[in-house]
Design a protein around this ligand. Structure first.
Ligand code: SF4
Length: 329
């Protein structure tokens, strides 16, 4: 489902995403990096990755730029696979601009679009990610680089599915990250090793429950069709277990909806995963308060004992503060 459309239909639209200005700036930077038949991009790639492989440098204007246009994502993925095969057989520097890759996720095909993939003359395929966050003195925000590495690792996995059927092809486990240099509009590049992210993502994909099994667990007739009335949609979403945590706010379009539900239910998850872990068997804020006040909970439970100790310290501090106020008066 389109979770952003679902969140809007539920009355809790997602409030994150790139601003229009940042989006346009990102597009303009990417166009600049790929201008002139990818001359600058290929220069950066050769400088950072190509020279060690013993390939001749790409000649300005000499890089092949296959046409990847086709109808629908399936058609574009097939066209990309064909272009990758052709480029590998030709043994020439080739730049695939916004190729389309397919990857099976939970038993269903998902379509992915990297910024670019470069085929080296020796048969190596390299993923290129172009980001608009700055690279200052050759280093960028570690969290943003980590997110880009996780994203690129998924592209590497999808490319490996294609490469397995192409003689002489191999997918590089290092990707080229291109960012603006020191807040300017000039590109800077660095090589990011995504082996770890690739291994983690592969394990996660292998463990995912198949979509058919997830769908089979839903009540008969459940639909997330955003054209349905909001109450019906809310009931459909309610039929799926959610484990809201504040971390969802940065990653999921349904975060505001799930936060509202979690708060209404008094769920301790709304306070954060760390707090949830500390509270052990206490799952609602009501239970936590009752345990702290001594009205419920097993005193032998370490979480209950800690809460009571904290409540006693708080009461003591408040009593001291009140006594202090009286003395001043
Ligand atoms: S629990 Fe978090 S990740 Fe799951 S749907 Fe809600 S907001 Fe999204």
């Amino acid at each position: 489902m389109n979770k952003a459309a679902l969140a809007t239909a539920l009355g809790s639209p997602a409030a994150f995403g790139q601003s229009q200005f940042a989006f346009m700036r990102g597009n303009a930077f990417e166009a600049r990096v790929k201008a002139d038949g990818g001359t600058e991009l290929m220069r950066l790639l050769y400088e950072r990755m190509g020279a060690g492989a013993g390939c001749e440098p790409p000649v300005p204007g000499g890089t092949l730029l296959p046409d990847l246009a086709a109808a629908g994502p399936e058609g574009r993925a097939a066209r990309t696979a064909l272009a990758l095969r052709g480029a590998t057989a030709a043994g020439a520097w080739t730049l695939l601009d916004h190729p389309m890759l397919a990857l099976e996720v939970a038993g269903s095909p998902a379509y992915l679009e990297p910024d670019a993939v470069v085929v080296h003359p020796d048969g190596q395929w390299s993923v290129v990610e172009i980001k608009s966050f700055p690279m200052i003195d050759d280093s960028a925000d570690a969290a943003k680089v980590g997110a880009a590495a996780r994203q690129a690792a998924v592209y590497v996995l999808a490319l490996e599915r294609v490469a397995a059927k192409v003689p002489g092809a191999r997918v590089g486990h290092s990707v080229l990250l291109v960012c603006p240099k020191d807040f300017s509009n000039l590109p800077a590049a660095s090589v990011v090793d995504v082996r770890k992210q690739r291994a983690v993502t592969r394990r996660q994909l292998e463990r995912l429950t198949r979509l058919e099994d997830l769908a089979a667990a839903l009540p008969e007739g459940t639909t997330f069709d955003v054209e349905r009335p909001a109450e019906e949609l809310a009931a459909a979403v309610e039929s799926v277990d959610a484990a809201y945590a504040p971390e969802c706010l940065a990653a999921c379009e349904l975060a505001f909806h799930c936060r509202e539900k979690a708060r209404a239910a008094g769920a301790v998850e709304a306070l954060g995963r760390g707090v949830r872990g500390e509270l052990g068997g206490l799952t609602t804020i009501g239970e936590v308060l009752a345990a702290a006040e001594g009205a419920a909970g097993d005193p032998a439970d370490p979480a209950v004992a800690a809460l009571r100790r904290a409540a006693a310290l708080r009461a003591e501090a408040l009593a001291d503060a009140r006594a202090g106020e009286r003395t001043l008066c």
